[in-house]
Ligand binder design. Structure first.
Ligand code: NAP
Ligand code: MG
Length: 454
């Protein structure tokens, strides 16, 4: 018996699509189809595989407006972001189209013959995607997986399945053979969990909450299944007195409120050197008050609604603690939609739960530090270690602090964290393994060593 569910536009709460969700038996059928397709996909010549990925990339580019519009309606992403996200899928496909022809092994000097390593595909790869960046996170997984010769079963989040479904259709149109890239819509506890328990799936690439990530890792242990995890974050934005304080203040709102703060890299803990606190806060307040929270269809929109009523309630449940004072807030539309103004908190101490927990909404906390040592200590006092920014014009300090902060992706005098040419992933409980850049190919291949006696 099939079950259906509604997809809701978070900017107006209207249902705009109704879909069927797969059960375990349907999931198994698609996994079997992907396993069959692997037998031929792995042998497509590197040049042909590269060309297919390039064609897929350019078709995504020709559909960028359509894909972006789906994401605006489904996820409430601003038009600027949604177009960037569609382009990111095209760019990542194009980047990994360079990989099949460059998946080099090594020739290692040994006695008695020749020794060669090969980068072999793993097989069927299960990719589990969250709702916060449906297109990019799907693309980072499937582009690298397909380029390495694997076939893919991908489960989008139930809240945001529509762009993934469209991307799979575009892949077929580009000539990627049937069964190579499959999207299965359904619940995490059903479809996602089946990826973990079905032995035909040889690797899981999961992006989502740390809690679900831990259960997936434990489930994968049963079959020693390969697993990559991209989990939560509580990243620090560290601003030293010797930086361009005005620029740091002006850019701080975007660094946390982009995508309504529903970003694993959100700089949700701001650490400001005591001596510049007042100057920083004045510039920051101006930026927050000017931050445009409005209809995501507008070109000028900088922040849309939150993804769901449940997420809005979760985020709001963090407000009103005795441990926090509200410094100031921005604005938000009233009426239907899951809207919330950007909110800036001053916690009384590092023990405030808003300082420790990932809120995943438009809320940021600000604390001060005295010196470099204290800044590093405070930045590292977190179970997470995904991203972060360091503002200083002292080169020595930039080097020391960026080496000392326990985080996978840091940015000095900017808020860049995700660039598809470079590896992305977390320290500590922010994850395991790396996506993007040259490193992702290691996550989607097995190293085989062959000795030829001669
Ligand atoms: P989530 O609840 O962990 O869900 C993520 C995905 O896993 C969804 O597709 C979900 O399916 C699925 N899922 C849920 N339970 C599962 C299970 N038992 N077995 C297999 N799959 C399961 O996370 P979310 O609420 O969507 O996303 C927010 C979290 O993701 C935040 O903590 C954020 O930091 C993290 N995140 C991290 C990164 C990163 O790159 N590090 C990127 C984005 C998000 P359904 O929801 O459809 O049931
Ligand atoms: Mg969830």
């Amino acid at each position: 018996m099939s079950t259906t569910f509604d997809v809701i536009n978070p900017a107006n709460e209207k249902v705009f699509s109704t879909l069927e969700e797969a059960d375990v038996a349907q999931t198994d059928l698609v996994i079997a189809k992907a396993a069959k397709a692997f037998q031929t996909w792995r042998d497509v010549t590197p040049g042909d595989r590269a060309n297919l990925l390039r064609r897929f990339s350019s078709l995504v580019t020709s559909h960028r407006e359509e894909l972006a519009q789906i994401e605006i309606n489904n996820s409430g992403h601003t038009r600027g972001n949604a177009l960037w996200e569609a382009d990111n899928v095209a760019n990542v496909l194009n980047y990994y189209a360079g990989a099949p022809e460059r998946l080099y092994g090594k020739q290692i000097p040994v006695g008695g013959g020749i020794d060669i390593t090969f980068k072999e595909p793993i097989g069927v790869v299960g990719i589990i995607v969250p709702w916060n960046f449906p297109m990019p996170i799907a693309g980072w997984g499937f582009a690298a997986a397909l380029a390495s010769g694997n076939t893919v079963v991908l489960k989008p989040a139930e809240l945001t399945p529509l762009t993934a479904i469209r991307l799979a259709e575009i892949a077929l149109e580009a000539g990627i053979p049937e069964g190579v890239f499959n999207v299965i819509v359904g619940k995490g506890s059903v479809v996602g969990n089946r990826f973990v328990t079905n032995p035909t799936v040889r690797k899981i690439s999961f992006t989502g909450s740390t809690a679900v990530g831990k259960s997936i890792m434990a489930g994968c242990a049963d079959q020693v299944k390969r697993v990559t995890l991209e989990l939560g974050g509580k990243s620090a934005n560290v601003i030293f007195a010797d930086s361009d304080v005005d620029l740091a203040a002006a850019s701080a709102p975007g660094a946390v409120f982009d995508n309504s703060g529903q970003d694993c890299c959100a700089r949700s803990r701001i650490l400001v050197q005591e001596s510049i606190f007042d100057r920083f806060m004045a510039g920051f307040e101006k930026g927050v008050k000017e931050f445009r929270v409005e209809d995501p269809n507008l070109d000028s929109s900088q922040m849309g609604p939150l993804i769901s009523k449940k997420q809005l309630e979760t985020v709001q449940s963090f407000l009103g603690d005795q441990d926090d004072q509200v410094a100031f807030t921005g604005s938000a539309p009233v009426g239907p939609g899951y809207w919330m103004p950007p909110t800036v908190l001053l916690p009384k101490s590092v023990n405030a739960r808003t300082w420790r927990k990932e809120i995943f909404g438009p809320v940021v906390s600000v604390l001060t530090f005295k010196d470099e040592a204290e800044a590093i200590e405070l930045a590292n006092a977190s179970q997470y270690g995904l991203s972060g920014s360091i503002w200083t014009n002292n080169m020595g300090r930039a080097i020391r602090v960026s080496r000392a902060i326990e985080s996978g992706n840091l940015s000095v005098n900017s808020h860049s964290s995700v660039r598809f040419w470079t590896p992305f992933g977390g320290f500590k409980q922010s994850g395991l393994g790396r996506a993007l850049g040259p490193d992702a190919l290691d996550a989607y291949t097995e190293t085989k060593n062959v000795f030829f006696s001669a």
